[in-house]
Design a protein around this ligand. Sequence first.
Ligand SMILES: [Zn+2]
Length: 608
Amino acid sequence: MFNKKVSASILCLLSITTILIHASWSGPLQTIQVGLLISNCKTEQEKLILAVYEQLLKEEGFNYRIITPGELVGQSGENLKKHFEALVVPEYVNSLMPSEIAELINTYVLNNGGKAMLVFDPATKFPDGEQRQAPLLSSLAGVRYYQPVSAGKELIYFGYWCFVSAEKGREWGITPGKLDQDHAVNSYSYGKIRFEHSRAVNIDARVIAFDNGDDGENNPVITEKVYESGGAVVYANMPLGKYKLCSDDLTLRSVLRTFLIDYAKVPRLVNSPGGKGGVVLNLHICSGAYFRALLVMMMQGLFQPDLPLSIHVTAGPDTYKLGDGAGFFAENRFKGRPFLEVLQNYGEMGSHGGWMHNFFAFNVKDLPQQKALQLLEWNSNALVAVTGKKVREYSDPGGNHPTWLKYCLEQFGVNSYYYAGDSGASPSHPRINGEYGGEKMWAFPISPYQKFASFEEMERGQVKPDEVKQWLEDLVNFAADEKTIRMIYTHPSDTRFCLDAIRAFEEKVSAEQQKGRITMAPMSWYADFLNRSAKTIYQVKRQGTGNYSIDLENPAGLKDITVAIYLGEGVNYDVRSDDVQSVLEAGWLYMTITSDCQRKHLDVCRAG
Ligand SMILES: [Zn+2]
């Protein structure tokens, strides 16, 4: 009797919520967006995981909506597909997924052609937190992940992330230079990186990346399974968001981008100016040791107005300690000044630490803030005194800078900085051990070649010149093809090795720039664009068969903003709107706004 009453009231509650939910799900269906599924979000870690997935979806220009299991109760796979082109199912926040929701994801993919990205541990636990013998989505993924293990073995372990081939790594958005000879992901100064994996067995998925390290036994790391319905599942056997939280951005970004662009073909705002690739060459002038090198580089024509650099200078007269006279001395007309006067015509001048390169690098952590600030100000003021322009870029000498310093730089008007973390990734807002510097300043991570970052390191590491040249060409092509921004850095040098490397890079960039595939610019120029682009609101709606209606709005102006939608290869189409430049590339239609309007409506119609 009692039980009946309880179930009746639960039923009653359920039907009310169902009506409410249906109401919110019955709106216009044509808007194309990503569903970010979050089953639990209570602990600090769960909130941070949600935050980084949202951050990257925003930075990559995808429209998305967070969905909770409560909203999905009673939904059909068909309706879910009408609302969401793709489902992203992050780690940790979905380990306790209700079985109805797992069933719904099954139907969504199997019967309705939905695309789902499953990360690490979805549906691996019972509601009471107990581990399930088999995760509810493992047959859909085609991988038995979180496989129970025999005694003496850990369920979660650390192993490599090896792609089946170099081409696959590249297709999956791994920046050239980040894969070693075994196609394993590696990092600046570390070599092969170890990632957290669960013990898994491939059933009938296609393995894209795996770990066969000492303990890995061919453990699948990334897999895909494609269904006749057109549905597809990508499974990533790594806690991707967790890596973004500790200064490794590329791991989450590459997998998320590949899934949403190549599998789900979700429309996006391209996060680079004019929808082209972008490259930054950041030159660090740390002291007065580089005058000769700068002179040689000038004489060899390596500074060119159409290849503007980010040139960062430590501007004081000293380097190690007060009075050593080893500095660049930006204001002195017998030392740095004449160089600076020439260099300012070939890019943006930024600050490289505070006044005395090595003194600042070694002492910034222990210096009273007031003192450190004063050194930064001296540095910046000296550059302004010579160039007459504000300093908007920064790179710290040797290592990470304290968070307070970041806020100070922001107040000085700096919008971009060189960053040793997140190696190989595009400009982003880093997170280190839960710390977040906010969204105003853009970090430009180094794109390394294997263990090396600058050309001098490559020379010391005895990398062959041809290998460096090949990497630079691959990197520029990668940025152009992926329509993304990458940064490399080095110091002025007069060795044959470094001069040849800089020349090879510039020649390749110049050629691609002429073809309109890429732009080379200082980091502050990209940061201005990214800050403006972040204010864009847009919507892509399906109209009938194969037609689209697109609305864009940005109070700061839409010029050079590109929206991309997938039409398919060899399709004839019409873009009905003024001031829009459109290109069809590999089935994607890229539409770039060419005038500085605040609102734009575009109609894309299939022709013939
Ligand atoms: Zn330096």
